[in-house]
Write a protein that binds this ligand. Structure first.
Ligand code: 4NP
Length: 166
């Protein structure tokens, strides 16, 4: 029948959806989530985060991430950790990972080349072609969290200004 409307059930909304991924979803990706969300119009974009591991599912971000974000006027305290799943490839348009091990773990779950294409190292934005990683600050001191914040802030600025989402 002409004009018959077939809804796209896979695309859950008209917003562009972006997922930040790290290992535990309590240190780096919650920061990336909060920073990028703060830079984008929430009517047009949805930002989320997840971890490739399940240890911290349901937990708040690490207090050191909450603190460095708060010092920069970003509240990430209401985030809760989730585990990345193969279904996320259907939900999200862009998937940014923090390091090469996250990259391998995420693309293992992809079913098509189009799904793999959604995934990139977040620091490819500021350091193209260098395979640069956001160091995992979990086992270190506060300096690592500040370093992660600074790297991620610059990366998100670059991603937004380069028009990657248009
Ligand atoms: P994240 O840091 O991947 O930046 O959230 C980590 C947090 C927890 C663990 C590892 C990394 N962990 O092994 O529990």
């Amino acid at each position: 029948m002409a004009g018959f409307f077939i809804p796209n059930f896979k695309k859950h909304s008209l917003k562009t959806k972006i997922l930040m991924v790290c290992l535990g979803n309590i240190c780096r990706s919650p920061l990336a989530h909060g920073i990028l969300e703060n830079m984008l119009d929430s009517n047009k974009f949805e930002v989320q985060s997840a971890g490739t591991g399940a240890w911290h599912v349901g937990n708040k971000p690490d207090p050191r991430s909450i603190e460095v974000a708060a010092k920069n006027n970003i509240d990430i305290s209401r985030q809760r950790a989730k585990q990345f799943s193969t279904y996320d490839f259907e939900i999200y348009d862009f998937i940014f990972v923090m390091d090469k091990s996250n990259f391998r773990d995420v693309i293992k779950l992809a079913k098509t080349p189009q799904e793999i294409e959604k995934v990139s190292l977040i620091l490819d934005s500021t350091h193209p072609g260098q395979d640069k990683e956001v160091p995992d600050p979990y086992y270190g001191g506060e300096h690592g969290f500040k370093q992660a914040y600074d790297l991620l802030y610059k990366a998100c600025e670059k991603i937004v200004s380069s028009g990657s989402f248009s």
